[in-house]
Design a binder for this molecule. Sequence first.
Ligand code: COA
Ligand code: AMP
Length: 630
Amino acid sequence: MSYKDVYQGWQKDPDAFWLEAAQAIDWDTAPNKALSDENAPLYEWFKDTKVNTCWNAVDRHVENGRGDQVAIIHDSPVTGSKKWITFVELRNRVSSLAGALRAKGVEKGDRVIIYMPMIPEALEAMLACSRLGAIHSVVFGGFASNELAVRIDDAKPKCIIAASCGIEPGRVVHYKPLLDEAIDLAHHKPAFNVIFQRENEVAELKEGRDYNWHGFQYGTDPADCVPVEGDHPAYILYTSGTTGQPKGVIRPTAGHLVALNWTMKNLYNVDPGDVFWAASDVGWVVGHSYICYGPLIHGNTTIVFEGKPIGTPDAGTFWRVISEHKVKSFFTAPTAFRAVKREDPKGEFVKKYDLSCLKQVYLAGERADPDTIEWAQQQLNVPIIDHWWQTETGWAIAANPLGIEELPIKLGSPSLPMPGYDVQILDEGGHPVKNGELGAIAIKLPLPPGTLPTLWNAEDRYRKSYLNTFPGYYETGDAGMKDEDGYLYVMARTDDVINVAGHRLSTGGMEEVLASHPDVAECAVIGVSDDLKGQLPVGFLCLNAGSNRPHEDVVKEVVKLVREKIGPVAAFKLAVVVDRLPKTRSGKILRGTMVSIADGKEFKLPATIDDPAILDEIKGALKTIGYAKG
Ligand code: COA
Ligand code: AMP
């Protein structure tokens, strides 16, 4: 079957399409129908079912004779260790952990926050939650205590599972003190914490509140899988929106299982038993879908990689891991390839390894620039597939589905919509635009299985952020166009979200932090383009009239403040003091114009601008910090 046949098959009968895909899942109560539309425009999938995620990701493979197959490979250049865990071992470890959590009162529907680095125990914690029907929320290790506290207050977890530390090149990230501070900051207090003590740093435990990962499992009974309703949340994953308050994306259990399983063969072109590697972090959606759940549900071996594309120890690490563990499909972010390319433009490291196992490479998380794709094609000589998706969708909206058919690759495009997604480019009035014209990228409702049904505790925000602008559509927040063959081009965000090294961040959230500095009267944060990280945040500060502090001191303080409040991952290092910000006559800050100035792009002087002379001041300010390309 061709891509076209498959896509048209879905269009003709979506319910039949997804019911067929659902046959690959082990159900406790199998579905009779796929879509529930009684609450449109809120939709749900496989609502009338009972199923367990952990059973499908772990136990069933043991039952079906894959028990001795390696499920997880931990490859950790930062600690110099490697470890292999089979499906039988994984089942035993996860059921024991789940049993201990249950003995402390964790049950179906309870939330559990997981704050862990790239170690197999992070996946085990996720799977132990899904075994019990508890709803996990993984928080990325690069976020500071304050961000963790915001998530604790929103998710209200019964317990938090953390590691004693993480390892970044050159420094130890002290997870436990960060966790303690977050709990102090949060209004909601979890009943207890479980701490996985790493050899690199043993954390201090608070008697009666913190339990040792191993110790607290002693003497408890392992837990069986608890079947849950198809629409039961498997997890909540917080992602950046326009403000400092992150959005809690809900992942529904059954749709998640069906959709991810479908993608493993059709999109990523792997069969059960093959090794699949996504070099991301469990704190991001890519880590949820393609380090943990997707590969395990499909019976693949997954790799938990604790390292960086460069410097751990060199720009050949990716190739070493691929060759050593026989990776068939590899998934990474364009920024990672840019980092490798910068250090090893001629691919000297590539030549050192036998990469004959590698059949295809996937890029996502940010726009994949043609130069990077071409470089990777030349080095690796396999298809380099750009695909586009978001935390909200959990799997690809547009891609080149190699397991069905290799579509012609067009550089700069993530190719065509996947079954389940009817993607349209709309003008401001919500009407489809012509091919080749830019517009807002929207998806006709309903979204397919596995995508978010709503936001945790925030249905109004869900409607406002995604459904209200274009009735009948889901607003992706991305802008772009389609060409005459229907290929999509995703060009920019339409909101205050920026993408720094494949990490999704809110400039609005950073502005809230800058505004909290006592000397700052007004501020703006924009994302300027960066050759390595795609985008970098730059802050503009207007100081209070009475402030006579040296500008460089205030700049240093706000940089420190963003690191403390949001975390190192914000990569906020550039700020500059200006007298005024460019605004419209009605007082709206012209952030888009500032971005154009920084990036040296042509722009139309906004008709409503209050005082055009300010733009020269902005350009001058950017020059002083080396960021005016024009
Ligand atoms: N825990 C704690 N801190 C973290 C962290 C984590 N899990 N991940 C990143 N950080 C810190 C880094 O140490 C760095 O801190 P610093 O300011 O003290 O140097 C800061 O956050 C910024 O990190 P990053 O943006 O990753 O920059 P980098 O210079 O360390 O590395 C790259 C650059 C390109 C090599 C790196 O960004 C990379 O590998 N990107 C790929 C991202 C990716 O796979 N994203 C997944 C989406 S699909
Ligand atoms: P996240 O939710 O962190 O996965 O970030 C999702 C956002 O990253 C999308 O809305 C896009 O803005 C951007 N993005 C992800 N993948 C791509 C891609 N292949 N091409 C262009 N932008 C992308």
